[in-house]
Design a protein around this ligand. Structure first.
Ligand code: 9MR
Length: 485
């Protein structure tokens, strides 16, 4: 990933060589893995469901980076920003960043005012029909890894033990993960040092407090238990199948004592898995009555692109290979974790790069085809986001403004969205209602849109939301919506 404002330092040349080595190793590993393992994947994963059991297709953003280091832990966000995003791209989902440091500013003391402020923002989304996933975010453990510098975020300073080990400087933020002080902070969190068994207990309890606060809020559909977990000196399957799975199990058990309905989203280790290596995450048992509400929530950042390439030529071929491998691994993991839904909790890139929008389209097509929810990284102003620093819309807005079925009473399978039509597979049940978002250039006109529908009857049009209400025909297995009558 390119520099976005972190200090430059003497480590940078070494860092680039290290990165290049990893690129080569992973590309080779990726090709090998994709060559031998992709054939057995199932085609689709189940989707998340709401309290009425409707299948949900979730499209939105991670929001917002500004919460990472603001003193109150809140993002720079106003209700009109939510309205605007909704009007411009028809999003119905947000992965909303929260932090342990804001929930538990002092050991055992929970900031109910912060949670009220988060709840107020959840309401802004709820009023506009969104589903919210609360994401306990961290990068580089926490703001305490280099006191006084806005480097890491997430953990409170009181829970940060670098044991006096150094944290050098890099031009790419991810490379701080290799610094001894950062590794030690994680080793203390995971209690690999044996010195801090209390830290994970605090993290688990903090989640319980959050769940207690949001259990009765229907708009909060999921909790993302930890952003981009990192094992410190324990890496790969040993970390994921060991302390990470075990922490997820403890959080799940604790959350279920106060909240038996919200989905729990499990992220794999970021390093490697974001680039398509397989995850060693183990299954987590959901003690709720009824079917488990566990989802698998990986991120996708193909390395050739992540180190600054666009989506053309050789880089495109490497990225496509990475995405194929990532997909195969994701589908197998979802199956192994108990046929769970998949939330693509982050993917994104600098959309000024050549071919960037083609990549965005390819990832959305993949998510449509296989049933993944998406939270694009991120809504932050700048070259990755939908709006620039002045708030003007960027090229990403048009790229993300795609038709999609937002919810279906019953089950939903593959979706195919193109300029000349939207198709999706269904197994309707209950009232058989499907709600479909249609962008303005798909269905023009101020009144009821001119569309031709098969497999369902049009039973309503919500003009402001651009949402077409359909009642799926009894026995239909496919619905098509085409522009024009
Ligand atoms: O894009 C973010 C960058 O500006 C920050 O410097 C960095 C560290 O906080 O985080 C980046 O966002 C990352 C997110 O927090 C976790 N997944 C990868 C994102 C893109 O690098």
């Amino acid at each position: 990933m390119v520099d976005r404002g972190l200090p430059r330092g003497p480590g940078s040349r070494r860092s680039r060589r290290w990165t290049l080595g990893i690129v080569v190793a992973l590309v080779v590993a990726g090709v090998v893995v994709s060559g031998v393992r992709s054939a057995t994947s199932p085609d689709e994963v189940p989707t998340l469901t709401d309290d009425e059991g409707r299948a949900l297709v979730l499209r939105g953003f991670s929001t917002a980076g500004s919460a990472k280091s603001s003193p109150d832990g809140l993002p720079t966000l106003r209700p009109r920003d939510v309205s605007r995003e909704n009007a411009d791209m028809g999003t119905n989902f947000v992965r909303f960043l929260i932090s342990w440091r804001a929930v538990e500013p002092r050991p055992g003391e929970y900031d109910q005012r912060y949670l009220d402020d988060v709840a107020e923002r959840v309401d802004w989304y709820a009023e506009r029909g969104y589903h919210v996933m609360l994401d306990m975010h961290q990068d580089l453990y926490g703001g305490g890894i280099v006191p006084g510098e806005a480097l890491g975020n997430g953990a409170p300073a009181w829970a940060t033990y670098t044991d006096g080990l150094p944290v050098g400087q890099h031009d790419m933020w991810e490379l701080y993960y290799l610094e001894p002080g950062v590794v030690r902070a994680f080793d203390n969190f995971w209690n690999a040092t044996g010195a801090h068994p209390e830290l994970q207990e605090h993290y688990v309890d903090a989640w319980k407090v959050v769940a207690e606060r949001f259990t009765d809020e229907p708009a909060v559909i999921a909790y993302d238990l930890m952003n981009e977990p990192y094992g410190g000196s324990l890496q790969g399957p040993a970390f994921e199948a060991g302390p990470l799975t075990s922490l997820y199990q403890s959080i799940t058990d604790e959350i279920r004592t106060v909240d038996d309905s919200t989905w729990l989203c499990l992220e794999p280790q970021a390093m490697g898995v974001n680039w398509a290596t397989p995850t060693g995450l183990g299954p987590v048992d959901d003690p709720r009555e009824g079917p488990a509400r566990i989802a698998y929530c990986p991120h996708l950042y193909p390395l050739p692109m992540d180190v600054g390439g666009g989506y053309t030529g050789t880089t495109k071929a490497l990225v496509d290979g990475t995405v194929r491998t990532w997909l195969g691994n994701t589908m197998r993991t979802a199956e192994r974790l108990g046929d769970v839904p998949v939330v693509l909790g982050e993917f994104g890139l600098d959309t000024t790069k050549p071919g960037a929008l083609e990549y965005v389209d390819a990832v959305y097509d993949m998510a449509d085809e296989h049933g993944f929810a998406i939270a694009y990284w991120s809504r932050d102003p700048g070259t990755w986001g939908p709006y620039d620093a002045k708030g003007e819309p960027r090229n990403l807005v048009d790229a993300l403004d795609r038709p999609y079925p937002r919810s279906v009473a019953g089950e939903i399978g593959s979706i195919e969205a193109a300029e000349d039509g939207l198709e999706f597979e269904v197994q309707p049940s209950g009232d058989r209602v499907a709600r479909v978002y249609l962008p303005p250039d798909f269905a023009a006109g101020a009144g009821r849109p001119e569309v031709t529908v098969s497999g369902a009857k049009v039973t309503g049009w919500h003009r402001k939301e651009r949402e077409l209400e359909l009642t799926v025909d009894t026995g239909a297995t496919e619905v098509e919506v085409r522009p024009g009558s």
